[in-house]
Design a protein around this ligand. Sequence first.
Ligand code: UFG
Length: 337
Amino acid sequence: MKVLVTGGLGYIGSHVTTLLLERNHEVIILDDLSNTSLSVLNSIENITQKKPFYEQINLCDAAAVKALFDRHNDVAGVIHFAAHKAVAESVAQPLKYYHNNIEGLLNLLDLLVPKKIPLLFSSSCTVYGNADELPITEHHPVKAAASPYGATKQMGEQIITDCCNAQAGFHAILLRYFNPIGAHTSAQIGEAPQGVPQNLIPYLVEAAAGKRPALQIFGTDYPTPDGSCIRDYIHVMDLADAHIVCLAHLLEKKQTSPTEIYNVGSGKGHSVLEVVTAFEKATGISVPTKIVGRRKGDVLQAYADTTKINTQLGWKTKYSLEEALRSAWAWEQRRNN
Ligand code: UFG
């Protein structure tokens, strides 16, 4: 099947692309290189020994996106990753986020909806906000967004749902990711933040490598067993596999409703301090840390109830937290070399 992957050279998109190629899908990557580089394409080719079709396009360029679809009029499905994703930046530059994330999605939908090309959308557990109940099921109410980034995910979900309801035969799956971490088992692709990493694992590995000062632990006074925040960390390889399973579900027309929503996480909650300890145990490398105050906007705890995707689609995780952390370290070492 021919599959279009927007943002296919980004962190999650590149891992999904390798799996698609390994499953013999024909892949078209659309990426504007705003947060990645062309070297990722070479790495994908090295891993898979296959060459995906690539075009440097920004989804906000409606004419260019239409021209791409005109050239590839047999696209069977689309996986949409291309979006800005830095929470703090979105607070400082909301219009950048609304323009890019919403306009890009609208341009894509303009082409997909009339042709009824199914869509897999990367959403986020951020839509649940500070959860009322744990673990979080898909029935948990969507809370007011804490950032423009989060708002674009909520709006994206709503826009897609409205399109599915309006156009019979147009189907979509919304995947609510928890915290993706780690890198490809080959260590040839992984998360490559530009500048100072904002997320836990990218900063942790750079601190462990001596490239950054101590990892700041944002708060140890939360009402959790060790006082630090709890998250659901999922190996990016497991997350990528969930996309393959969902895409098959869409392409085989097995959906029971026009829009289906699935949580994708490990189902386990780990505190920040537990993650640091697990990293040190998994790699034998110690991480310099410094306890500082809370980070504005952090939720106390979030971990998924994954029963729905486990039972309805037969997907489950294969990798442990330790394996994910080891892979993140292997990737960091390779980047440094
Ligand atoms: N943390 C630190 N020090 C750091 C970085 C993070 O202690 O240097 C802590 C945070 O306070 C939080 C945990 O590590 O408790 C995880 O933080 P991340 O920034 O890695 O991830 P978040 O859970 O804040 O954010 C992630 C995604 C967002 C998404 C959000 C949904 O990065 O895109 O989950 O909750 F919106």
